[in-house]
Design a binder for this molecule. Structure first.
Ligand code: PEP
Length: 256
């Protein structure tokens, strides 16, 4: 992890309207002095309806915090009612976009093919996709988690060039650890993140894979972030619940 700058990404999920978003961003900015950004990148993935408000605060106060979205359409424009294009996000100064979060894969039936199409859409518009993968409890208990995650990753990135892969972030989020309070051990996180890096090397080359940030996500808090992000192949965290608490989110960003 030493050669890669850690990234802490808060995933607000379907929480906080635009007023509440402004308040939380201001509190996080107050709690996390600028000097920390030399060592860590910090971003918040917010509901679409919050983006403009968050942009106003970030730009107005020249914050080093970046912001992003939780999903993006695979289409750039057209007859796709309800979809949000990467072009719109990039126009709003968005940096990151989560793609293939397990809640999208499970609740919205997003397949690896859809995740790949969304990853391409994000890259087309200069956004940094955070491509999420992760196994369910049954696969973990069957001991098949490494092979499962490698297969999901390869299918979600199929056909991308080394240059494209060098521009994205991968997040390993075991489904059984998301929102459950049940954290993977630091060794569990390292095992899969190392396998992810190996798979990235097979898709590209060792030097490219060494530059890609691989995050862990699943019940990360200020208490456990140091041990997890201290692992050789874990380059930060995707944080759900704890990202809604300004002090804890700032604290865990500072620790990472
Ligand atoms: C997430 O939403 O990606 C997540 C990891 O949630 P939590 O931290 O609440 O488990």
């Amino acid at each position: 992890a030493q050669q890669r700058k850690p990234l802490i990404a808060g995933n607000w999920k379907c929480n906080l309207n635009h007023f509440e978003a402004i308040a939380l961003v201001q509190k996080v900015a107050f709690a996390l002095p600028e000097k920390y950004y030399d060592k860590v990148d910090v971003t918040v993935l917010v509901p679409f309806t919050d983006i403009r408000s968050v942009q106003t605060v970030v730009d107005g106060d020249k914050l080093l915090l970046t912001y992003g979205a939780q999903d993006v359409s695979q289409h750039d424009s057209g007859a796709y009612t309800g979809e949000i294009s990467g072009a719109f996000l990039s126009k709003l100064g968005v940096t990151f976009v989560a793609v293939g979060h397990s809640e999208r894969r499970t609740l919205h039936g997003e397949t690896d093919e859809v995740v790949l199409a969304k990853t391409k859409a994000a890259l087309r518009h200069g956004l940094t996709p955070i491509v999420c993968i992760g196994e369910g409890l049954e696969i973990r208990e069957a001991g098949e988690h490494v092979a499962y995650n490698v297969a999901q990753l390869k299918a979600s990135l199929a056909g991308l060039s080394a240059e494209e892969i060098s521009k994205l972030v991968v997040a390993y989020e075991p489904v059984w650890a998301i929102g459950t309070g049940r954290v993977a051990s630091a060794e569990d996180a390292q095992e899969v993140c190392a396998a992810v890096r190996q798979a990235l090397a097979e898709l590209t080359d060792a030097a490219t894979a060494a530059g890609v940030r691989v995050l862990y996500g699943g019940s990360v808090s200020a208490k456990n972030v140091a041990e997890i992000v201290g692992q050789a192949d874990v380059d930060g965290a995707l944080v759900g619940g704890a990202s809604l608490k300004a002090d804890e989110f700032a604290q865990l960003s500072a620790i990472a």
